[in-house]
Ligand binder design. Structure first.
Ligand code: PGA
Length: 231
C-alpha cells in the first residue's frame, strides 16, 4: 500500500483533561505499515502531549503559526518556538482560520512562503482548486520543507455532510495533474470534511487520495481508531 496519512485536528475542542486522556489512549494504537498518524492538539497542551507520545509513532504537529520568528507580536506563536519544543510540521490555512480569524488568501500564502523556506513541513488546506497558489509553490518548494495539500470543502467541515468520493477524486485529480504539469512531485493530497469510520475506507483508498484530515472524529478515541482500522 502507498503511504497513507491520518491527521487529527483537535482544534480548540478538548479541555486539558480530555486532551491528555486521549493522548494517553492513543499510546495503545499499534503501528501500521505505511500509515502515518499525526495529531494537532491546541498549542497549550503541545508540550504535555509530545511527552506522552514521545516513544510512539504518532507525531504531534501544530494547527497554525504566526509570521515572525521572535519579537513584539502579542499572542503570536512562531515556527521558531514550535521547533524549540520539538515540532517540525504544521497545518496552514484551515478554513476556520480563514473564516473565523480573517486570514485572507494573501496572509495564508505569505505564511506558506515562510514555511516552505523553513525546516517545517506543512499541510496547506484549500477549499477550491483556484485557491492553491501553484506559482508560489513552484517557486518556493525545496528539499527542507515537505508540502502536503488538504482539500477541505468548507461546507463539509463539521457538518456531517461528506463530499462524494467522485467529487473528491475529481478535485484531487485536477490538483494532481496540475502539479505534474509543473513537474512538482511527491505532494500528498489529503481530504478533510466529516470523515468518520463509516466513510474513511472508501475515501482513503480513492484515486489520488493520500489520506484524511479529520476534525471531530479525531477527538474521540473509538472513532479515531475506527478510521485507522478502516484502512
Ligand atoms: P471535521 O473537520 O472532520 O469535523 O469535518 C475537518 C477539519 O476541520 O479538518
Amino acid at each position: 500500500m502507498k503511504q497513507k496519512y491520518i491527521v487529527g485536528n483537535w482544534k480548540m475542542t478538548l479541555n486539558k483533561k480530555d486532551s491528555l486522556k486521549l493522548a494517553e489512549d492513543i499510546r495503545s494504537i499499534e503501528k501500521k505499515d505505511n500509515v502515518s498518524i499525526e495529531i494537532a492538539p491546541t498549542y497549550l497542551y503541545l508540550q504535555d502531549i509530545i511527552e506522552i507520545l514521545i516513544d510512539t509513532d504518532v507525531s504531534v504537529i501544530s494547527q497554525n503559526f504566526d509570521y515572525e520568528s521572535l519579537g513584539s507580536f502579542t499572542g503570536g506563536i512562531s515556527l521558531t518556538q514550535l521547533e524549540e519544543i520539538g515540532l517540525s510540521k504544521t497545518i496552514l490555512g484551515h478554513s476556520e482560520r480563514r473564516s473565523k480569524f480573517n486570514e485572507s488568501n494573501e496572509m495564508v500564502d505569505k505564511k506558506l512562503e515562510i514555511v516552505l523556506n523553513s525546516n517545517f513541513d506543512v499541510i496547506y488546506c484549500f477549499d477550491s482548486y483556484e485557491q492553491i497558489p501553484f506559482d508560489l509553490i513552484k517557486n518556493n518548494l525545496n528539499s527542507n520543507s515537505k508540502l502536503t495539500l488538504a482539500y477541505e470543502p468548507t461546507w463539509a467541515i463539521g457538518t456531517g455532510e461528506t463530499a462524494s468520493v467522485e467529487h473528491i477524486v475529481e478535485i484531487h485529480s485536477k490538483v494532481s495533474s496540475t502539479l505534474e504539469s509543473l513537474n512538482i512531485k511527491d505532494i500528498p493530497i489529503l481530504y478533510g470534511g466529516s470523515v468518520n469510520p463509516a466513510n474513511s475506507n472508501q475515501i482513503i483508498h480513492a484515486n489520488n487520495v493520500d489520506g484524511v484530515l479529520v476534525g471531530g472524529a479525531s477527538t474521540n478515541f473509538d472513532q479515531l481508531t475506527g478510521i485507522i482500522n478502516s484502512i
